[in-house]
Each structure stands twice: as C-alpha cells, then as structure tokens.
Design a protein around this ligand. Structure first.
Ligand SMILES: [Zn+2]
Length: 83
C-alpha cells in the first residue's frame, strides 16, 4: 500500500517537473526570438530606414546610442540636434 502511494507521488512530481520544464523551454525560446528581432534591425532616426545593427553606424549622443545607415545620416542628426 505504501509503495503505491510512493509511486503515485513520484508520478505527480514527475508530471509537475515536466510541465515546468516545457514552460521554461517555451519561455526561453520566445525570449530569444524577441531578442534576435531586436538585435537584427535598428531604425535610422534621420531617413527612417531599417538597418542591421551589425552594419549600422553607431553614434553615442548625450549618453544614448543611435544607429544610422551611413555617416552622412549620423552627421545630419548631430546637426539637427545642434541647430
Ligand atoms: Zn540614413
């Protein structure tokens, strides 16, 4: 009789472990997809073009980092801020 209770207890524990493992797997998958999409494309604030972050021109202005499609756009943005 005790053995049956132990087996049922183990099964219930196993079920909850499996369920939380699946949930964690799904969560991490969703998060990484969202991160990928965020890292891949950035918007140029000057010409509104989307550029890949790896190939974008990064400029740190006023403690914030902006990404541009080209140095021209970065310079235009800095001029806009100045004037
Ligand atoms: Zn641009």
């Amino acid at each position: 009789m005790y053995r049956l209770l132990i087996i049922v207890g183990l099964l219930v524990m196993f079920y909850f472990l499996l369920r939380s493992a699946i949930r964690e797997f799904r969560d991490s998958k969703g998060q990484s997809q969202a991160l990928d999409a965020k890292n891949l494309l950035v918007q140029d604030p000057v010409c509104r073009m989307y550029v890949e972050r790896d190939s974008a021109v990064a400029a740190s202005i006023g403690g914030q980092t902006y990404y541009f499609c080209s140095r021209d756009c970065a310079q235009t943005f800095q001029k806009q801020l100045a004037g």
